[in-house]
Design a protein around this ligand. Structure first.
Ligand SMILES: [Zn+2]
Length: 494
């Protein structure tokens, strides 16, 4: 895009992200209501606490504190010895008690960072803080009236605030994707942006290259996919650059991303900015964070995506690209490892390479074609391993393998069962028989053979196809190719 080049030459884009992630605890942040309300009727997962009734007392969900500290540790943050909750006061219909319980000056963690791979370099994005708060209720707008669903009210919400260290819309998307990977690996969030369990607001400003002072920023809301984060920021960067070029100052304001139009629109200007009048939450005790407990959580952190990528390259000899694809989704990597563990292919690295190829090229393609996730795959890791073993043992050819795979995926049967039921014959292992078929094909296709000798490369492909047809796919394509070339070279021209 021309605009990116222009921004890159004389000015610099400065972006900071505020990410909200709903935590996967069973109950809400300050009451015992279930958070499993996704398919529930409105206002069925509620109690006096999350409805904001006066005179009730909140109780801190320890699981939510644990998840927040785990996330903070994974993001290299410092955990203070003492933390507290505060009231953030603002009036809005989705916040029945008139304030949100959040954290103000002493959050559960601060001063971390996240490494993002951008244009082949590791970029360090600072994490200002990771804190804990509660989600609000949800307003549903209709023609002339609105309804409120309180099920979401009080769901634990973790906020991850970055430093303004991000320098392009693409980098913002990469940061979001990396952050999501980590949250999903930790098991603290579903990471589903499309369902609103992971949300992102962005601050963006433009400054002349080399200047330290930040330009006037706008805040962008309503981006609900990784793609919309990148698109919205690219649009907003261009809008600001054009205003500045025209000598028009940027208004500090909140802007909403309109996905259908591909633009941001002004929502709220600075004059209406809230004074939240934060003060310590009087109904909750401060949190004393036990050091031994923090160290215990640190020791128990699961393997994170970066470490897994490195292990796949070191232990299995996979390429960086394959390792990336297999670790982006934790469940896909888990599946791959189960295939490797179940397969009997003798060479460790060959087994891993074959499993990686099968998962990346075939399983992922079939999942996409059927719009299902790896967790729902009808082809189990054991079935994938079984297919690799049949190929390794030479029981089926690569071509037959494709057919067996499709059938096993569709039916959920083990590949060896599919082979039996379909009566698939073992490949032609008799070298003599294969050579006779090849000689016959050469004799019967004199015209194509002379084309081949005249240097037409697709003539060879045609002859291989003829042999495969004669053998009903029971010959291995690479041996057919080798024998065919040898025979063609030794048979004198007619
Ligand atoms: Zn409740």
């Amino acid at each position: 895009m021309a605009m990116d080049t222009e921004v890159a030459t004389d000015s610099e884009v400065v972006i900071g992200l505020e990410v909200h992630a709903q935590l996967l605890t069973k109950s809400k942040m300050f009451c015992t209501c279930s958070t499993d309300y996704a398919n529930a009727a409105p206002n069925t997962h509620v109690c006096p606490v999350c409805m904001g009734m006066p005179g009730v007392l909140p109780v801190i969900n320890q699981g939510a504190v644990t998840y927040t500290i785990m996330t903070a540790l994974a993001l290299n943050c410092t955990i203070p010895e003492y933390s507290k909750f505060d009231r953030k006061n603002y009036p809005y219909p989705d916040l029945m008690k008139g304030y949100q319980i959040s954290q103000y000056d002493i959050p559960l963690s601060k001063n971390g960072y996240l490494l993002v791979e951008y244009e082949g370099q590791a970029r360090r994005i600072g994490i200002t803080r990771v804190h804990l708060e509660e989600d609000t209720a949800r307003l549903l707008h209709f023609d002339g009236y609105s309804l409120i669903d309180i099920n979401r009210s009080g769901t634990p919400l973790m906020e991850i605030v970055s430093e303004p260290d991000i320098r392009s819309p693409e980098e913002a998307r990469l940061y979001m994707q990396k952050l999501r990977e980590i949250l999903v690996y930790l098991g603290v969030s579903s990471g589903r942006m499309e369902e609103g369990s992971l949300r992102c607001d962005a601050n963006i400003s433009i400054r002349p290259r080399g200047q330290q002072k930040l330009g006037v920023k706008t805040e962008i809301k309503n981006m609900n996919s990784f793609r919309s984060v990148e698109r919205a920021l690219a649009y907003e960067a261009q809008r600001q650059v054009e205003l500045l070029r025209a000598g028009i100052p940027i208004q500090q304001e909140t802007r909403g991303w309109v996905e259908t139009k591909g633009i941001t629109v002004a929502q709220r200007s600075k004059e209406y900015a809230h004074d939240y009048r934060y003060f310590p939450e009087p109904d909750l005790p401060p949190l004393i964070i036990n050091r031994a407990w923090v160290e215990e959580l640190r020791a128990q952190l699961p393997e994170l995506p970066d470490a897994r990528r490195v292990r796949y390259m070191d232990e299995y000899g996979l390429s960086a690209q394959d390792a990336n694809v297999l670790t982006e989704e934790k469940a896909l990597g888990d599946y791959f490892e189960q295939v490797v563990a179940a397969s009997q292919v003798s060479d460790h690295r060959a087994r891993a390479k074959a499993a990686a190829n099968l998962v990346i090229n075939d399983v992922v393609r079939l999942l996409k074609a059927n719009s299902i996730s790896i967790e729902e795959s009808p082809l189990s890791p054991a079935a994938s391993a079984n297919l690799l073993d049949l190929l390794e043992r030479g029981r089926i050819t690569g071509r037959q393998g494709k057919e067996v795979l499709e059938e096993a995926f569709a039916s959920g049967k083990m590949p060896e069962t599919v082979v039996q039921e379909k009566g698939i014959e073992p490949p032609i292992s008799d070298q003599g028989a294969l050579e006779r078929i090849i000689e016959e094909v050469i004799t019967n296709n004199a015209k194509v053979v002379s084309d081949y000798r005249a240097g037409k490369t697709n003539a060879l492909q045609y002859l291989i196809g003829q042999v495969m047809k004669q053998t009903r796919g029971q010959a291995k394509a690479d041996s057919v190719r080798t024998i065919l070339i040898t025979k063609l070279d030794e048979t004198p021209p007619a």
